[in-house]
Design a protein around this ligand. Sequence first.
Ligand code: PRP
Ligand code: URA
Length: 219
Amino acid sequence: MIHELGKTNSIFNQFLSEVRDEKIQQDRMRFRRNMERMGEIFAYEISKIMPFREKEVITPLGTAHMQVLAQQPLLATILRAGIPLHQGLLNFFDQADNAFISAYRKYDADEDFVIKLEYVSSPSPKNRILVISDPMLATGGSLVAALKGLIEKGKPAEIHVVSVLASLEGIEFLKKSFSKYKMTIWTGAVDDELTAKAYIVPGLGDAGDLAYGNKEDEK
Ligand code: PRP
Ligand code: URA
């Protein structure tokens, strides 16, 4: 199941347009804040299909019968670029447990790369609603490696993948890799091309660099 939020016009498309815009995205603080704001909107959308329970709430004037979240999800993200998007999700799922995974593209002299998974810091995802965020789903290598690392610690009840931009290739790789899992993909837009260096086109560029600056070992 894929939810493409950008297909319905809302303020989300304003934020998505700003992170894509080569001029506006130069303002790092605005870039991070727009990622965070989209994370909040993704959280709102995901919450609509989460389990709720009834709760009696005592107000100053009486009792209100309310529906509240039955459980908080486990929120996972991939360093570095995932941090602002993750923070947006955490702003709304404010009592969630958190997981952080280090995965990055390690380039060699021929500009080929492998995904380096360095650590997975997470409680057990066993039977939990796992929400993993990474702004860019390009080849899918990072998300697949990160999810495999998490699943080694326990099998989640369901997986929600949140990516601001996704490629068709990345979506297919994810679906193929986790066909035995209940997985929902939440994205802003699906762009259909990847460059020779596996960047999404039109995409937005390098999300990690735009949020935090260039890395030492980058080409
Ligand atoms: C970016 C992005 C994803 C990955 C997507 O991270 O944040 O994790 O690339 O590409 P993929 O789908 O082909 O794996 P990057 O490796 O640039 O690291 P960074 O967040 O530290 O900049
Ligand atoms: N990582 C990014 O930050 N951008 C892309 O387009 C692909 C991978």
